[in-house]
Write a protein that binds this ligand. Structure first.
Ligand code: ZN
Length: 145
């Protein structure tokens, strides 16, 4: 049947829910009498189910927004920040230990390490101060009581 080629495209449209009611009716009529296309449709359906399962697992954008606004995701954001700070601190401590252990280390590199530490402390104080201000104005703080 020469129509089958045309119906194959329509079958994909049917799977994606893109067909008009007339087209759906047309495809159904063809499926009833054409075994070839019925098999094609079955193959597409099972493949489509797999795809649907995957997309179903993905939260919708609204869901993501809701999660992002939920109090615990604030905690997630804060803990993310904390992890960056801890990681940073570890690197600095490592640099300091390395610089102190190696007495051959030239003065400028010790000064560089000192500058990094001071810079880090200044940033840390700033971040903490901002965090405290944010926390004071945090509307969710009341909710948790
Ligand atoms: Zn057919």
């Amino acid at each position: 049947m020469s129509d089958c080629k045309k119906y194959k495209t329509l079958l994909i449209g049917l799977m994606d829910g893109e067909l008009s009611p007339e087209e759906i009716h047309d495809v159904n009529k063809h499926l009833v009498k054409c075994e070839l296309c019925r098999n094609e449709y079955d193959a597409l359906s099972s493949a489509g189910m797999e795809i649907e399962k995957v997309t179903f697992a993905e939260p919708s954008e609204a869901e993501l927004n809701r999660l992002w606004k939920a109090p615990y995701s604030r905690w997630t954001k804060n803990s993310g920040l904390l992890m960056i700070l801890i990681g940073w601190l570890t690197l600095i401590v490592y640099a300091v230990v390395e610089a102190l252990r190696d007495s051959q280390e030239p003065l400028f590199s010790r000064l560089a390490v000192a500058a990094v530490i001071i810079g880090f402390l200044v940033l840390l104080v700033n971040v903490l101060r901002e965090r405290i201000i944010t926390y004071k104005n945090d509307p969710y703080k009341e909710v948790e009581r």
